[in-house]
Design a protein around this ligand. Structure first.
Ligand code: GTP
Ligand code: MG
Length: 197
């Protein structure tokens, strides 16, 4: 799929105020600083469509972008932000879980994972939550430019091995780098193939 147009629509903290259009929607979620907003800019070839930052916690709201005038791409705030207290760290912000439970038009979520870090309990828990809620998702390994090809292969194999302890089947996964534009065509083709509009 080619992206011909990408426009910001609105930001919300309340899922009830998100766009009402029943067009296919794809959402990007993951820990703070994992590279969600950067990936959206890479996919859309727009330098600063989604706001990025070296400091975690940049994206605080549910951000809708309309792509090719017929599907939504959604940038979500990160979970597990290191500055929140330990006891609340594992609590996913309520408006994020509301988002996943209420957006009927959501075709698929993408759970982003930093390729330099071992499987994190919070990510595995979030995937578990999506599975239990019957929300389709794929995994996106980010920042692949930080590892050599062999290390990427080993990392992905180890991660999948860990997932197989919880899951009978592996979800789709993608290896990406926003700074080196890796994985763009694969992701856009996946979206194009699952988007029935
Ligand atoms: P929050 O909105 O805070 O949850 O963060 P986010 O997940 O949207 O991350 P963001 O895209 O803002 O990127 C966080 C940091 O990671 C920035 O300093 C980016 O430049 C860097 N980054 C993002 N993607 C990549 C990548 O593919 N490679 C490298 N090397 N750095 C990246
Ligand atoms: Mg962000």
């Amino acid at each position: 799929m080619k992206i011909k147009s990408a426009e910001f629509v609105m930001s919300n903290s309340d899922v009830a105020k998100c766009p009402k259009h029943l067009i296919p929607e794809y959402a990007f979620i993951g820990r703070s600083n994992v590279g969600k907003s950067s990936l959206i800019n890479m996919l859309t070839s727009r330098k600063s469509l989604a706001k990025t930052s070296g400091r975690p916690g940049k994206t605080q709201l549910i951000n809708h972008f309309i792509i090719n005038k017929n599907w939504f791409l959604v940038d979500l705030p990160g979970y597990g932000y290191a500055c929140v207290s330990k006891s609340s760290k594992k609590t996913f912000q309520k408006f994020i879980t509301n988002y996943f439970e209420q957006r009927q038009q959501l075709v698929s979520a993408f759970v982003l994972v930093d390729i330099r870090h071992k499987p994190q309990p919070i990510d595995l828990e979030f995937m578990q939550y999506l599975g239990e809620s019957e929300i389709p998702f794929s995994i996106i390994f980010t920042k692949a430019d930080k590892l050599k090809p062999k290390a990427i292969e080993n990392y992905v194999n180890d991660y999948c091995q860990e997932l197989l302890e919880f899951w009978e089947e592996l979800p789709n996964y993608f290896v990406t780098s926003s700074s080196k534009t890796i994985g763009k065509d694969e992701l856009l083709d996946f979206i194009g193939d699952t988007n029935t509009e």
